[in-house]
Unconditional design. Structure first.
Length: 266
């Protein structure tokens, strides 16, 4: 469907090595109106990737996290042949404070659906990629859900407590059904590490489109299962934040979803 996938990855990798890696832990930070952090690296990365994509594929529009909200909405409402959706630096707080867990997330959305996704971890030289209907890869090695089953009680979970409903967060804190839990700070990489079976279950209370467009496609193409806390598909072709309940192994997902849904308020 998109034979130039490797060329897209090259654009992202080159930009990250030039704009992000040299600035790691050495940039000033400011806060946006919603309280989130933004740095010069976010802006520079977005500008470079947007320019290079437009040179190669002028037929596609562009939506980036660091655009003004009115421009984001305008891009979403008028996608034309398709639209690139970019988070130039997912995990800015980690990046600015010297924690080496952040990523670049890029998806191409055509006809309302992500058709390719790239998530780059420049600190580990790991590039996760997927193309709808053709699979997902990590540095060229195919990702698959053909893995040994790990029971929920022994699973490692990634849990973003801050964005969960209070009752669910309290239940998870008091009676966790899994073996242990983490929270790393980059939603796009969370999806990819789950796809790579580095942990087994995931729950997040609300991600924006650029946080999950690429990562959820990679995870889906690796064979994983996900839905929102309300039981809907995570990507539904709109611009609204979405919650996530996910697991790579189908049996673990069933256990995880049964526990989540049984403990949710009516």
């Amino acid at each position: 469907m998109f034979p130039e996938l490797d060329q897209v990855a090259e654009i992202v990798i080159k930009a990250a090595n030039e704009e992000l890696v040299p600035r790691f832990a050495e940039v000033a930070r400011t806060h946006k109106t919603d309280g989130s952090i933004v740095t010069a690296a976010d802006i520079a990365m977005q500008d470079v990737v947007r320019r290079e994509l437009a040179k190669r594929w002028p037929e596609y529009g562009f939506l980036g996290e660091e655009m003004k909200e009115v421009d984001q909405q305008a891009s979403w409402d008028n996608p034309g042949n398709g639209i690139w959706c970019l988070d130039p630096l997912d995990g800015t707080s980690n990046f600015a404070t010297g924690i080496p867990f952040f990523s670049v997330s890029l998806a191409l959305i055509v006809g309302g659906d992500p058709v390719l996704g790239i998530v780059l971890d420049p600190m580990r030289n790991e590039c996760f990629m997927a193309e709808r209907g053709n699979g997902a890869w990590l540095n060229g090695a195919r990702l698959t859900a053909d893995i040994p089953h790990v029971p929920l009680r022994r699973s490692i979970a990634v849990v973003d407590f801050k964005r969960l409903p209070d009752d669910l967060a309290a239940r998870l804190g008091a009676e966790p059904p899994y073996g242990s839990q983490r929270n790393f700070g980059s939603s796009a990489l969370d999806w990819c590490w789950l796809a790579a079976d580095r942990y087994q279950v995931y729950v997040h209370g609300g991600q924006k489109l650029w946080d999950f467009a690429a990562g959820s496609l990679i995870f889906e193409e690796a064979g994983g299962q996900a839905m929102t806390l309300g039981g809907e598909c995570v990507y539904c072709g709109d611009f609204e934040p979405r919650s996530v309940v996910a697991a790579l192994d189908s049996h673990t997902f069933e256990e995880w979803w049964d526990w989540i849904s049984a403990n949710e308020a009516p």
